[in-house]
Design a protein around this ligand. Structure first.
Ligand SMILES: [Zn+2]
Length: 439
């Protein structure tokens, strides 16, 4: 699984070195990763300080310059931006100007007009600028622009991420939900998980158990612009979707059984709630499978409350061992995501991402304490990737379960107090609810 264009080594900056240098980003020893990360972060801070007026102003307000960040300990003073900033965009008429305002001055935006965010984002895609949006379950999406440099780098990271999860290019893919790319390619879950399936697996081995077409209504629901447009309106389409959702579980069981008889390898993908629903259907129908360790469960989108409970059920109902059950913590605010290992700890790509856990005063706390997740993401080339998220996490200095070096995030990952429930999992649940409840 490659097809990768790595830029020539003599053109690398410290960010490229930290990304393209190691053979396996998840096996770099801590000391070497610290050196690479410091270089990458300093290079990124320098870029945003000199080329991003918004970030430059923030640094000046805090009285810091890139020269103040010489060692890893100094990074605690790096000004971080609250994720809410990326939700504070104006009406579509001023949207591109707003994007320009959060971007570095060498990210060139075309002069385009459009009457909706979706139209503008589609036009920017044609231009090679991909604006990723989060699920707008709280009523408003966040938008994060990616230029070509960021997209190339992110693509390379995904290769390492995917390899971490133990996939085999020959395996079959059974997705419990729809093909998110058909809803919109810039939705974060489509941009990451949706693209990975197509990139790393054969098209004719991928099954989506629910099909949802990209109507404007659907995109608006995902973008959190529901209003009167948010619900599916075409009655015949709705009827079809309802039937599909009802059929999906028995169809999934049938496909899995057939593949198992063939001795095929595979992965079952979906959000934790979709997996839960499928397991309940299996239990209620008295069905059992013994897929064994040739199969991987890969969930994502948030909503995994208790890995032990869920994975025990998977083992009992599907016969897939717990160490093959992997969850991915991903968020639109970051270009990298966090895959969980065999022991269900989320690994941080520590040559690149510098994590923080922050207390209520937004001061960093140590390992082993819960707090708000913040980070410096040097792969965010267009906008400053120094961000405070609304997620509450606990960071451990090393993984209690496996020997891969670097810090890990332990579950549960929840919303910080005061932050609203959100996430792709929640949006998928909402879409499915509309499908099954009717309009
Ligand atoms: Zn681990």
């Amino acid at each position: 699984m490659s097809g990768e264009q790595v830029p020539p080594r003599d053109s690398w900056d410290p960010i490229d070195e930290a990304l393209y240098g190691p053979e396996d980003l998840y096996k770099v020893k801590a000391e070497e990763a610290d050196r690479l990360r410091l270089g990458a972060v300093r290079s990124s801070l320098n870029r945003h300080y000199t080329r991003n007026r918004f970030y430059n102003t923030l640094c000046k307000q805090r009285g810091v310059t890139p020269e103040d960040f010489k060692k890893l300990d100094d990074l605690a003073k790096v000004p971080l931006v609250a994720d809410a900033i990326f939700k504070q965009y104006p009406e579509p008429g001023k949207f591109v100007a707003w994007l320009r305002g959060i971007s570095c001055d060498d990210v060139k935006y075309p002069k385009i007009e459009g009457s909706s965010y979706q139209e503008l984002i589609d036009r920017l895609n044609e231009y090679g600028l991909k604006v990723i949006f989060s699920s707008g379950t709280s009523g408003r999406s966040s938008f994060f622009p990616r230029d070509q440099i960021a997209l190339e780098r992110e693509k390379h990271f995904r290769l390492h991420h995917y390899r971490f999860l133990g996939h085999d290019p020959e395996e079959y893919v059974v997705q419990l939900g729809p093909d998110y790319r058909k809803i919109h390619p810039n939705w974060v879950i489509a941009h990451t998980a949706g693209n990975d399936d197509r990139r790393f697996h054969k098209e004719d081995r991928i099954h989506h158990m629910v099909s949802i077409d990209a109507t404007t209504d659907t995109v608006h629901t995902v973008m959190g612009q529901s209003g009167q447009m948010g619900r599916f309106q075409a009655k015949d389409k709705l009827k079809l979707l309802k039937e599909q959702a009802r059929e999906a579980n028995s169809l999934t069981a049938q496909i899995l059984e057939d593949l198992n008889k063939k001795g095929a390898k595979g992965k079952i993908g979906g959000t934790p709630p979709l997996l839960n629903d499928f397991l309940s259907w299996m239990e209620n129908s008295g069905e059992r499978l013994s897929l064994g360790d040739r199969w991987i469960i890969e969930t994502g989108g948030g909503g995994l409350v208790s890995p032990e409970t869920l994975y025990n059920r998977v083992e009992r109902v599907l016969g897939i061992p717990s160490e093959n059950c992997r969850d991915i913590y991903g968020l639109s605010e970051s270009t990298v995501s966090f895959p969980s290992c065999e022991g269900h700890y989320y690994h941080i790509v520590h040559t690149l991402l510098h994590p923080f856990v922050l207390d209520d005063e937004l001061e960093p706390v140590g390992y082993g304490e819960f707090g708000r997740f913040g980070f410096i993401d040097p792969l965010a080339h267009a906008y400053p990737g120094c961000i405070i998220t609304g997620d509450r996490i606990k960071l451990l200095e090393s993984c209690p379960s496996c020997d891969r070096p670097g810090p890990v995030i332990s579950s549960p990952i929840t919303r910080a107090p005061g932050a609203e429930d959100r996430g792709c999992g929640a949006t998928v649940r909402k879409l499915m609810a509309e499908v099954t409840d009717g309009a």
